[in-house]
Design a protein around this ligand. Structure first.
Ligand code: HSE
Length: 295
């Protein structure tokens, strides 16, 4: 059996809609071996499809097809620490696990570039899949056929604190609420902030992050789908967050804070409880620079 570790990811990073994403220190694990039938075990009892619709299996089968091989079955053991449908890249983690696992079983015929491309084609956008594979912060442009990307490792004293509600929000629903067209000035608003965010994160100019996460493409429309989100943003900023944004398509809100803001997570928990939002989980994470690894 091979064993793979895949990080959670946070996409968009505010203004970088469908283009920016980073990997975080929360991991799914997948064990995989070839078999003549499909046998899928959920080690932590998370409900997952146990037939050919399982996303890890689908992705593995796609890679086999690309390589001209037929996949007749797999034994999979999944451990799902990344909560599903919460904006932390759980489906991308499955896709990347399937592709990396299948590529390893076949003796690594495909390159990282190939896997970045395949995973974006399966998912539709690269901002979760690329950092799930590569780690760090990834800037990615998917031209419909190929992903043009840059991965940068990030060594900062920042904590990324995921504030995760107990309800789900499907990416489909969160994309359906977006406008078909936007104003020219709103396009400029976003592209300038997306560029500011990544350059400020990488150079340590953290006072820019709050401006950098502001956007007019998706967050204003998605706020209405996330009850309590405005209070969560206010609480994060009250306790000194550099920035807060909707992680991916939501509903998780990500707060970025300085490592020296020692009791940030505890203060958040306390304030959330007082605001009647005690069902939101607070999970303190760091940027993962390794991406998907065989362990
Ligand atoms: N960029 C995507 C979105 C991420 O915001 O819809 C979710 O997969």
């Amino acid at each position: 059996m091979i064993k793979i570790r895949i990080p959670a990811t946070s996409a968009n990073l505010g203004a970088g809609f469908d283009a920016l994403g980073l990997a975080l220190s929360m991991y799914n694990y997948v064990e995989m071996e070839e078999s003549d039938r499909i046998e899928i075990i959920s080690a932590d009892n998370t409900a997952v499809p146990t037939d050919e619709k399982n996303m890890i299996y689908v992705a593995a089968k796609d890679l086999y097809e690309v390589c001209g091989k037929k996949l007749t079955g797999l034994k999979l053991v999944q451990t799902n620490n990344i909560p599903m449908t919460r904006g932390l890249g759980s489906s991308s983690a499955c896709i990347v696990a399937g592709l990396v696992g299948a590529n390893t079983l076949l003796g690594k015929p495909l390159s990282d570039d190939d896997i970045v491309n395949l995973s974006a084609q399966i998912e539709g956008h690269p901002d979760n899949t690329a950092p799930a594979l590569l780690g760090g912060i990834v800037t990615a442009v998917f031209d419909g056929r190929k992903v043009h990307w840059v991965k940068q490792e990030v060594y900062t004293k920042l904590k990324f604190v995921a504030i995760i509600p107990d309800f789900e929000l499907s990416t489909e629903k969160a994309r359906a609420c977006l406008p078909k067209q936007i104003d020219f000035k709103d396009a400029v608003y976003n592209l300038s902030r997306a560029a500011l965010f990544s350059s400020s994160l990488l150079t340590g100019k953290f006072e820019n992050l709050k401006i950098g996460v502001d956007d007019r493409l998706h967050q204003p429309y998605r706020m209405g789908l996330i009850p309590g989100a405005k209070d969560v943003f206010d609480i994060a900023y009250t306790h000194g967050a550099y920035a807060a944004y909707i992680s991916g398509a939501g509903p998780t809100i990500m707060a970025i804070a300085d490592e020296e803001n020692e009791f940030f997570a505890g203060k958040l928990r306390f304030s959330l409880e007082s605001a009647g939002l005690g069902s939101w989980q607070v999970c303190e994470l760091k940027i993962d620079n390794e991406g998907t690894t065989l362990i």
